[in-house]
Ligand binder design. Sequence first.
Ligand code: NAI
Ligand code: MG
Length: 352
Amino acid sequence: MSNIAYIPGDGIGEEVTRQGIKVLEYLDGVYNLGLKFEKFDLGAERYLRTGDILPDDVLNKLESFDSIYLGAVGDPRVEPGVLEKGILLKLRFYFDQYVNLRPIKLYKEEFSPLKGKGLEDIDFTVVRENTEGIYAGIGGFLKKDTPDEVATQEMISTRKGVDRVIKYAFEYAQKFGREPKLTVCDKSNVLTYAHNLWQRSFKEMGKKYPDVEQNHFLVDAMTMKMVRNPEVFDIVVTCNIFGDIITDLGAELQGGMGMAVSGNINPESISMFEPVHGSAPDIAGQNIANPLAAVLAAGMMLRELGYGNLTPKVEAVVKQALENKMVTADQGGDLSTDEVGDYLVKTLKSNE
Ligand code: NAI
Ligand code: MG
């Protein structure tokens, strides 16, 4: 039994997540998962109609769910940032979703931007710390707008914050890693306090996971390796800012935002799964948006809900859709968003 809060959001959010829901409903029917969905009206329409962004009674209600499945928010009629901050960031903060999980997986050989690197090579997962680091928002100005201005931005690493994300990464590696291997990515040679804590935490925690191979990359070396030999990575754990940057590099390695998926996770509370792309107002309402990232996000949610055996099935049909060009125009096909969803369900059925 799992209760899923479904927030389609704005623009193409509704069109792409509808396909994810189709896939989930199909799997639910076949495997008796007991999934229950409740749709939440959040986003631009509600804001423009009522002035509400994410009211407290909705937040309270969300607490009783197991997971959140989200499309995208953002609308040209609303000032940039209002919905993104008021919904996405607020949910991440409220539920203390301290892990941002970003699989970097190439699904089609010809999307690879790297010469000679294919499906076997580009397949790893980044576990990004999602609540602290240099994005904690601590800092200030002195003598602002004068020639003597000073601006500071502090990098916060707490023992609790670092330990919990590293622990999550070890457990994730143990359960879902290929080899399994966990790489810690930091800048401990220069950030001799903050990332010294990361090093100590990683080494101490690592003793409890002797079956997980452990190694270390400085972030600059990491970016080079991601381009030259991405196959050396299995699971990677890193701080907030480095995670932000290397996951965007990773999204390009896997063929762009159309395939990139993100999980905002608190293993003890409520996690949220979404495609990385936005609401794409330029193509909204035309039934041409690519739903594959939204469908992969649904697959990722299944893993977090404890149905990890079904995630590879979802990944497999996405791969088949790409191979058979049963995809939208941006991926070289000529299907509509809905038709891609129908194809995925039909293919799941025939794969049984
Ligand atoms: P975007 O990702 O929405 O669109 C960028 C470009 O990619 C557009 O040309 C769009 O048509 C295309 N695109 C995006 N997703 C696609 C899909 N599934 N299939 C086919 N083409 C796709 O980013 P943009 O334009 O910067 O932002 C639009 C709105 O979305 C803004 O309000 C922004 O704040 C919001 N946004 C929300 C996010 C979220 O909810 N997580 C993430 C990023 C942006
Ligand atoms: Mg980014």
